[in-house]
Ligand binder design. Structure first.
Ligand code: NAD
Length: 497
């Protein structure tokens, strides 16, 4: 073992509480189980919010809007956000253990991606808000004296933050940090699958001096539970959500009552385009990462790969070898770089696509089943990294988001054919383009209908840039100043001179 796994006595016995007004709060509904996906063992319990708890949280957030938080200047809020970032780093081991217990993801991944990005999100929005300027115009008037127009940014109010399970701390803080930077208060509903790091963050918020009620947490599920109660609550001024497109549809209906704005990061069915003039080593490594990182449970992940025919066989051989070299195992064991799926339900879904691909006559290049795991992990939600070829373009395997460690390879002969195939999707989140021809790279990046186009890389992020999806992959952009737009109202002030 390269790292120390938490011992059984580290598993919390008391159900995880909600956090409202800076205090842990319990509720009367029966707590639900938190299951370790790597072993299938129950490792804790979580309180489930009823409508009353959600109401309490929204009221606490509303009250905090009128408290000391409203008088903090941008630099003062930025300083507190930096303390939150430091607080996450100071308790990184606890955050790591919590994230690994909830997701089963490899220690190496959580320690290099999830937890450091969770902290960095607070630093980046502290920088952004401290340097945010607004427009000013000296405007002509008929009397010649002119008018001065300037903009005031005000917080939107109480923000509901509804989060998925795949990158729990990273994606939650990506919303909470800009919301708080702009002076809002939040009620966060983490995924029922991954409640722990959000709860820990509530403690860090208190330690960093965030006033009570600014950051609230309610636990539970979607329909008839915390998610639905929160999105329907009339005291919520705006909703930011990351998750499945069909959940976004339900939340948008709830937001329509009261005409509340939404920011959505939704599903994807992302394509990689691999041209014969690419650096093949880099392309194989990049597509391997984009298809299998986090067991394929990354919204930006690649499930469709279009490869120029001249290198199709070679690329397929190499991707097969790379997929077969992945090592599922104990998240804490040296060399583990492939984790389980999040739940039994999600594994059933992914395996249904594996069966469908077989039934439709796909060539299974590698995988397609469930790996044999050692006894301690045999009850976990494992599937094999899987590569197919030979499916028809209208197969559901190629049109629907699977969100598992799998991809389909199809050959192409012409650039326009590859672009048309990539664009033939209701989704439009991200793409990666592999070529050494710079002109082609620009041309293809401009032609693909997505929010993010990577050239000769994947998931390389500068947090100041716009992040989001086109088509059914989202509404709005997160990141940098773009994220701050959603969390503020812009008021035009016009002074006649
Ligand atoms: P999900 O939509 O099932 O759940 C997300 C959250 O919504 C959970 O907290 C859930 O409890 C809540 N929820 C479910 N139904 C609800 C309802 N009716 N009302 C209110 N809340 C409700 O998504 P998931 O399975 O947790 O995450 C995987 C999905 O997230 C994939 O589709 C993936 O592509 C997407 N995702 C997108 C991005 C992005 O940036 N575009 C990032 C990560 C994940």
């Amino acid at each position: 073992m390269s790292q120390t796994a938490p011992q059984p006595e580290d598993v919390p016995l008391a159900p995880l509480p909600h956090y409202i007004g800076g205090q842990p709060v319990t509720s009367s509904r029966a707590p639900f189980a938190n299951v370790d996906p790597a072993s299938g063992r129950t490792v804790g319990y979580v309180h489930e919010a009823d409508a009353g708890i959600v109401d309490q949280a929204v009221k606490a957030a509303r009250a905090a809007l009128r408290g000391p938080w409203s008088r903090y200047t941008d630099p003062q809020r930025a300083a507190i956000l930096r303390k939150v970032a430091d607080g996450i780093r100071a308790r990184a081991d606890e955050f790591l253990a919590a994230e690994i217990r909830d997701t089963g993801k490899p220690h190496d991944l959580a320690s290099h991606l999830d937890i450091p990005r969770g902290a960095a999100n607070f630093d980046v929005f502290a920088d952004q808000v401290a340097n945010l300027s607004t427009e000013t115009f000296r405007s002509p008037t008929p009397d010649g004296n002119g008018a001065l127009n300037y903009a005031l940014r005000t917080p939107r109010g109480v923000i509901a933050v509804i989060c998925p399970w795949n990158l729990p701390l990273l994606l939650m803080t990506w919303k909470v940090a800009p919301a708080l930077a702009c002076g809002n208060t939040v009620v966060v509903k983490p995924s029922e699958e991954t409640p722990s790091t959000t709860t820990l963050l509530a403690e860090v918020m208190n330690e960093a001096g965030v006033p009570p009620g600014v950051f609230n947490v309610v636990h539970g599920f979607g329909p008839d539970s915390a998610g639905q109660y929160l999105s329907e609550h009339p005291g919520v001024d705006a909703i930011t959500f990351t998750g499945e497109t069909r959940t976004g549809t339900a939340i948008m209906k709830a937001a329509a009552v009261g005409v509340r704005p939404v920011s959505f990061e939704l599903g994807g069915k992302n394509a990689a385009l691999v041209f014969a003039d690419c650096d093949l080593d880099a392309a194989v490594a990049g597509v391997t990462r984009s298809a299998f990182l986090n067991a394929g449970q990354v919204c930006l992940g690649t499930e469709r790969v279009y490869v120029e025919r001249a290198i199709f066989d070679e690329f397929t051989r190499r991707l097969k070898a790379a997929a077969e070299a992945l090592r599922p195992g104990d998240p804490y064991a040296e060399g583990t770089n492939f984790g389980p799926l999040i739940s039994r339900e999600h594994r059933d879904k992914v395996l249904s696509y594996y069966a469908r691909a077989r039934n439709e006559g796909a060539t299974v290049v590698t995988g397609g089943g469930v790996p044999a795991m050692p006894a301690a992990l045999a009850g976990g939600w494992w599937v094999e990294p899987t590569v197919w070829t030979g499916l028809a373009p209208d197969s559901a395997v190629l049109t629907e988001e699977i969100f598992g460690p799998c991809c389909h390879l199809a050959p192409f002969d012409r650039e326009d054919e590859a672009i048309a195939a990539a664009n033939d999707s209701p989704y439009g989140l991200a793409t990666s383009i592999w070529t050494q021809n710079l002109t082609r790279a620009h041309r293809v990046a401009a032609a693909i209908e997505v929010g993010i186009a990577w050239v000769n890389c994947w998931f390389l992020r500068d947090l100041r840039t716009a992040f989001g999806g086109a088509k059914q992959s989202g509404i709005g952009r997160e990141g940098g100043v773009h994220g701050l737009e959603f969390y503020t109202e812009l008021r035009n002030v016009c002074i006649k001179l």
